[in-house]
Write a protein that binds this ligand. Sequence first.
Ligand SMILES: NC(=O)c1ccc[n+]([C@@H]2O[C@H](COP(=O)([O-])OP(=O)(O)OC[C@H]3O[C@@H](n4cnc5c(N)ncnc54)[C@H](OP(=O)(O)O)[C@@H]3O)[C@@H](O)[C@H]2O)c1
Length: 304
Amino acid sequence: MRVFVTGATGFIGSAVAAAFARAGHETYGLTRNASRAARLEAEEIVPVEGTMEEADAWRSVAERCPVLVHCAVEYSERTWDLHRAALGALRDAGRDRAGRVLLATSGVWVYGDTGDAAVDESSPLDPPTHVAPRPAVDAAVLSWNGGGFRTIVIRPGCVYGGAGSLTASWFETASKNGAARVIGDGTNRWAMVHRDDLADLYVRAAESGLGGEVLNATDRSRATVLECATAASLAAGAGGRVEHVPVEQAVAAMGPYATCLALNQHVDSWKAVRRLGWTPRHGGFVDGAVRLHAAWRASSAGTR
Ligand SMILES: NC(=O)c1ccc[n+]([C@@H]2O[C@H](COP(=O)([O-])OP(=O)(O)OC[C@H]3O[C@@H](n4cnc5c(N)ncnc54)[C@H](OP(=O)(O)O)[C@@H]3O)[C@@H](O)[C@H]2O)c1
């Protein structure tokens, strides 16, 4: 199949695009930056230059691709407008053509603080301010399902592996300051998933007949944030030292995003296991901390 991935150079999108390419699909990846095109080509992904806001640059490519995957994000005041614009353009490229599927990346933060009882895709949403517009974006995507056009919303937990995304800050702070920084007391748990397991879920979802569905993507690891940060600190040579930043102080410095890092979440992904035969193969951040630290260090070597 031909596959078009927005955000193909990003943390999630690069793993997703590579997984499609490895599964034998002809994969096209959007990037704003011509200098990143070579990175895509090295993964056997055809680079397509353009932006979310100017779909004219990539519409004709998307129209030729039965699988459309949205992994791009711009962290700015226009984040949600750009999500709506890109998803709308992908919808227009896909619907009215039989046998197309749109996979849209969401996230588990929309469930809010779940406490220790697991939530699943049928649970009510309680998004913190930082992701408040996301449920409406997800609902719009699901409403487009039908008439031969399948739409699926994927909600990854905090994604680890490679350069690390959110988990990178534990390695960074441990390396630079001698202690891994944690927002709050760290007794909370993040729902997590390794990015290669996540990428495998996208491929399975695209190849399935599923449509009009939300799929959570989390592994079964249940370590606390403090346990993860301690493991990261040990791996980074900081002796397991952890520095706690009170949530209010973190919000003052980082904005409402910080409250997401203090969420306590338990998110069930049994639906993907049952419906797609998806089995996360990675055992969690703590198990892989030494290897993950080496991957983070190698990934960031060129940028430090
Ligand atoms: N990381 C996580 O742990 C996590 C967990 C759950 C959900 N999510 C969600 O997953 C999605 C992807 O996150 P990520 O962590 O992979 O993000 P990321 O690493 O920051 O990647 C963002 C990608 O978007 C592209 N991009 C940025 N602005 C663009 C624009 N104006 N037009 C076109 N492309 C643009 C960038 O490509 P170029 O710079 O090459 O153009 C890059 O490939 C987001 O919606 C995020 O909220 C992430």
